[in-house]
Design a binder for this molecule. Sequence first.
Ligand code: ZN
Length: 201
Amino acid sequence: MESRAGSLSLRGGVLALDFANTAGARDTTAPIEHLLAATDVVAWGTHAGSLDTEGAKRASAAIGTDREAARRVLRHAVQLRDAIYAAGAAIAHGNPPPAVDLKTLKDVAQRAMGTAELVPRAAGGYGLDFSQAPIEAALLGPIAWSAIELLATTPFERIKQCPAHDCGWLFLDTSKNNTRRWCDMATCGNRSKATRFRDRH
Ligand SMILES: [Zn+2]
C-alpha cells in the first residue's frame, strides 16, 4: 500500500485528531495505514502544518542519514497516534480514555517539552514551540501537546468518531448544536445513505 500521509484530508478539526486519522478502517479486514516510514511522518507534519519548511528539511536530513533514528521516530509516531486514537475513540463512545494510552501521551509530551520554548502565538496567548527541538520532539511534540490541550479543554461530547465502517476517523464537532455525525457528509455520509438504499431495495 502506498502512503498518502502528505495529502490526506484534514477533517479532525485539531492536529491531534488529524494525526489519529493517519490510519483508518481499523476494525475491518483491510485496515488503512499511512505511516509506513519516518518520511511519512515528515510528509504528514508538513501537510498538516505542524512542521515548517526548515523543520522538514532538518528532519529529512536526520532520518535520511540515521536509520536507527528513523526507525525510532516511526515507532514512537505510531505509538502516539494509536494512543490518541484509543483515547479519542473511547471518549467518542462515552468511555474514559484508557490509562495506558494517557500514559503514552504524557510520556511523549514530557520528553518533547523539555526541549520546547514558550513563545507568543499568532492567535494570542503563549504556546509551546518545538521548531528548534531535536527531530523527534519537533515531529511529535506539537501533536502530543495538541492531544493534551484537547483533553484539558474540550467538552468530551464534542469528540466523535465517524460511524462509516471503512472509516472510523475521529473529529471535533464544532457545529452549533453538536449534531455532526460523519467525518465528511460528502463521502462517508453519502456512501452510507447509498448502502442503506441498496439494502432496502
Ligand atoms: Zn468518515
